[in-house]
Design a protein around this ligand. Structure first.
Ligand code: PMP
Length: 429
């Protein structure tokens, strides 16, 4: 990794922190700079090839460098930069999303997941006339001030009493302190949410949740949880917001809302929408989204819905619709999960796997599978780091906190290779 090491030094001269955030945050064994990615593979500046399950943090549902996406971006780039409200393709993309996503009647485009979350929160406030939000421990809703806090791992003691909603210490480095806007509860505990909402509904504009908790482990909602949130929100006129930045298109073309058959009022799609090109969408029921039209919600952004990024989204959705890769994503995902489970049993490792197939998490713990963020604190992070490092050094890239993403470019041979490599690594832990 000599070339990557040299580039990290060079980067540190001009880029705050030297970039390579995965390396810094998650104890990846090396800072890596890449030359290119193709299909299920990614290549670094030292000439190493990796079987990639990170997919640029999720967006590359079609794998690296899908030719149709690249071609669409190139073609539309040559037509010049047209932005939101200036070109037919934005309308076509919106029509497509309305067709695919169960709760989408009206929508707006933004640049990324973080921005779209903020728009959804504004819409919820405008419609309800209330100011506060409820969110859940360990869920990530972007890096902007009001939502960034609460994600970085606090100790169990810092979480406080289970039914004390003010649970997280402040993350450092935020520009403003707007914690009063949000209450935070443990996830998957409907009784607790019901109790809280019954007491506080007059102030609550929205409940926001990832429909599958993907940013700390990959934890599925218990069967009654999402329908329970839906009922509560109906009962009290609160917006139910699904943050589908990870689940969108990945668990199915209509997102987790289709998979679980629970319809939110507002939801957010980003990552996979355009294979990583910068575009996101906040979508919702007409009654909610029309607050943008009547001027009570400001929604702007010079770069929104740029011609080439819309092209990337249209091409991505076209390929997804044509090739219908989801059955394969699930099949390969389940195969990989089962293979890893078997490898763990054979090597006597306390590897625990949670998830759905298209994405899942691997952690090390002797405890029962986590059902919320607090449950994840039992994971052996040092062992996970050794596992991730071992995989990496044998040419398999997995997100450092133990998250695996499957793409439509993965093959049976890739799955077999990953299981074999993981078996080799588990023997060494
Ligand atoms: N919500 C969720 C669930 C996410 O996983 C992320 C990004 N990982 C975001 C919001 C923020 O999206 P972005 O990084 O595109 O701003």
């Amino acid at each position: 990794y000599t070339e990557s090491a040299a580039l990290l030094e060079r980067a540190r001269q001009v880029l705050a922190g030297g970039v390579s955030s995965e390396f810094r945050k998650y104890n990846h064994p090396h800072a890596i700079f890449y030359t290119h990615g193709l299909g299920s593979r990614i290549y670094d500046v030292d000439g190493n090839e990796y079987l990639d399950f990170t997919l640029s943090q999720g967006p590359l549902l079609l794998g690296h460098s899908h030719p149709e996406v690249l071609q669409a971006v190139q073609e539309y780039s040559e037509q010049g930069q047209l932005f939101a409200g200036q070109h037919l393709r934005e309308i076509k993309l919106a029509e497509k999303l309305v067709q695919l996503i169960p709760s989408a009647e009206l929508l707006r485009f933004c640049l990324d997941g973080s921005e779209a979350v903020q728009t959804a929160l504004r819409v919820a406030r405008a419609k309800t006339g209330r100011q506060k939000f409820l969110r859940f421990e360990g869920h990530y809703h972007g890096w902007l001030d009001n939502v960034a806090w609460g994600f970085s791992a606090p100790s169990l003691e810092a979480l406080g009493e289970r039914d004390n909603p003010t649970v997280f210490p402040w993350s450092q480095g935020l520009a403003t302190n707007s914690r009063d806007e949000f209450s935070v509860l443990p996830w998957n505990d409907l009784a607790l949410v019901e109790e809280f909402v019954a007491r506080n509904h007059q102030e609550l504009a929205a409940i926001i949740t990832e429909p599958i908790m993907c940013n700390n482990g990959c934890i599925l909602p218990e069967p009654a949880f999402l329908p329970g949130l839906r009922n509560l929100c109906d009962q009290y006129g609160i917006a139910l917001i699904f943050d589908e930045v990870i689940t969108g298109f990945r668990v199915g073309l209509g997102g987790a809302q289709q998979f679980y058959d629970v319809t939110p009022d507002l939801s957010i799609f980003a990552k996979a929408l355009a294979s990583g090109y910068p575009i996101s969408a906040v979508v919702g029921k007409r009654d909610w989204m029309k607050r943008i039209e009547d001027g009570s919600v400001i929604h702007a952004g010079t770069m929104n819905a740029g011609n080439p990024t819309v092209a990337a989204a249209l091409a991505t959705l076209k390929v997804l619709e044509r090739e219908q890769p989801h059955q394969r994503l699930y099949q390969y995902g389940w195969q990989l999960m089962a293979g890893l489970q078997q490898a763990a049993a054979d090597t006597g490792q306390n590897l625990q796997i949670q998830g759905l197939g298209p994405m899942f998490s691997t952690v090390f713990t002797d405890s029962a599978p986590a059902r919320d963020y607090r449950g994840t604190l039992a994971n052996d992070k040092a062992k996970l780091s050794r596992f991730i490092a071992g995989l990496h050094n044998r040419g398999v890239r997995v997100i450092g906190r133990g998250l695996w993403y499957i793409s439509a470019a993965h093959t049976q041979a890739d799955i077999d290779q990953a299981i074999q490599t993981a078996t080799d690594v588990l023997k060494t832990l």
